[in-house]
Write a protein that binds this ligand. Structure first.
Ligand code: AMP
Ligand code: MG
Length: 274
């Protein structure tokens, strides 16, 4: 994908996200086979850059994946990180808060699992649930969730200042595709376990969720942690675009291998030995 196509996914800070004008079926000008091949190449590059990030040991990367139910967050994680060193990646999934999580502010559980220096953290859902889902379902008074956009902007600024780069991806699924995928949970015996009573309601309230995401993305796309809207109706498009966005950030960080420690013997192991 050209740098241009990648740039178009970005929600320009200070400008409206305009989800209604973004096509969830967009192919970004790619063919399936080509996109899959490029995703494989990007994965290799992500693996190399993560190795350097670890060796450098001073910075981290956080990939935030948001999207409605059945937007395909789990599939993206599988496709983007297949073959990337598991020691360098940690995935955290956020469900509705329970127990101790409810005894603290909403960022407490988030902060606790941020990626250590040298690693890539992946958030399958995130603190954005505390704005969007809480808002749509009315789980807290409006004045409580409305002020969270401001908290989150500053929280992400802190992360950037302290060495954690954020890559924020919103998986934009269409209402029809979401309905089909939720229906599959009823029809496909392999997927039935995923079905939740509330699933169909999510599709009925699709427009409300989109409006809530539109507002949240607009409010929290910043120069230091911009949002990207990735078309999510085709699995190969979203895997490719997410890998490209993550790779772009790693390339920009350009992690460097530190110098060899002092006292390295003059003659290492014979190159031909291996
Ligand atoms: P899943 O990702 O399919 O396992 O579903 C997790 C569920 O937890 C989704 O319905 C989310 O909307 C919900 N969830 C996650 N975080 C929160 C939160 N902070 N407040 C309310 N619901 C949440
Ligand atoms: Mg789900």
């Amino acid at each position: 994908m050209s740098a241009d196509a990648l740039a178009r996914l970005r929600v320009e800070p200070g400008r409206p996200a305009r989800l209604a004008e973004r096509d969830p079926r967009d192919t970004l000008g790619l063919e399936k086979a080509d996109a899959k091949q490029r995703t494989t190449e990007l994965r290799d590059r992500i693996d190399e850059l993560q190795y350097r990030l670890y060796a450098e040991g001073t910075r981290a990367v956080l990939l935030v994946l948001q999207g409605m139910d059945a937007s395909g967050k789990d599939g993206v994680i599988r496709r983007v990180f297949d073959g990337v060193n598991p020691q360098g990646v940690r995935v955290s999934s956020f469900k509705a808060p329970v127990g101790a999580e409810l005894q603290h502010d909403y960022l407490w559980r988030i902060h606790a699992v941020l990626p250590p220096r040298g690693t890539i953290g992946v958030f399958n859902r995130s603190h954005y649930e505390d704005i969007v889902t809480v808002g749509v379902l009315g789980l807290a008074p409006e004045k409580v969730w409305k002020r969270r956009g401001a908290h989150v902007r500053e929280f992400e600024r802190l992360l950037t200042d302290e060495g954690t780069a954020s890559v924020k991806v919103y998986l934009h699924v269409s209402k029809d595709e979401q309905r089909d995928r939720l229906q599959e949970r009823v029809d496909d015996p392999e997927k039935r376990w995923k079905f939740r009573r509330g699933d169909l309601e999510v599709n009925e309230r699709y427009d409300e969720y989109v409006a809530a995401y539109d507002a949240a993305l607009t409010e929290t796309s910043t120069d230091w942690a911009p949002w990207h809207v990735v078309p999510a109706d085709r699995n190969w498009v979203k895997a490719y675009a997410t890998a490209a966005l993550l790779c772009e950030t790693l390339e920009r960080l350009d992690p460097e291998l530190p110098d060899a420690p002092e006292g390295l013997p003059a003659h290492g192991r014979d190159e031909n030995e291996a």
